[in-house]
Ligand binder design. Sequence first.
Ligand code: ADP
Length: 265
Amino acid sequence: LEINIVPMKMSGEDEPGLLLVMQDVSAIRKLERMRSEFVANVSHELKTPVAAVKGFAETLLAGAVNDPETARSFLTIIQDESDRLNRLIGDILELSKIESRRAPLQFSPIELPAFLARMTELLGTEAARKNIELDVQVEEGLFLEADEDRLGQIVMNLMQNGINYTPDGGKVKVRAFVVTPEDGAEEFVRLTVSDTGIGIPKKDIPRIFERFYRVDKARSRSSGGTGLGLSIVKHLTELHHGTIRVESTVGIGSQFILELPLIQP
Ligand code: ADP
């Protein structure tokens, strides 16, 4: 609780009065704390790839450049780390754009079967490289109102994670259908992305939508993750007046369940 006392001239009174302002600032403080934590995290995340680039460049200059095989492997690391840095900066900018509401959504009707076919095509090569089957089934003629680019980001992130966290030879399934609630509430679309992957431990489930939260840092890093994908997904889902949750069993797989209104309220 923050208390401020302000002297004040009261109308119709000769003696000045006092104004007592009591304000509950816990929400503001919490926001400030979250913000500074985020800045600390961002700095740390940015420094890691920069340190790797610098370290390997120094080693090359100190002589490693003379051995072609070593040089090639160090340069590959420098390239990968630069790519990571780029993705990280892209995701951070995206998140800040979403949070500051600088980029209002543009809703239009989207035909889900064609839309999901495009997503599958975009991820086809990557899935094939790991011999992962992408299996998409969607109600024919299913339309929903959404921001097409943003919906693309949501679905791509979920499918990409499905591929990343599933061992070779596994399967990523996408399903989309209309749900009609029995209590007469509005119909909505349920879109699920499930995989036969490593799963998420129970204790981590409540935290995976937080920025930079990863169950296994090394694994996320090696698959090229930034740790921001799911927090972007969650934000974008909320901007679509929808919900997202996950069910998962370690060693069996995960299912992300996205629910979106058919028509934006
Ligand atoms: P990342 O870039 O690390 O993948 P995300 O925000 O997309 O970041 O996901 C956060 C964490 O949630 C991941 O690091 C991983 O531990 C876990 N996760 C996300 N999707 C899956 C999945 N399909 N299977 C298992 N774990 C997952």
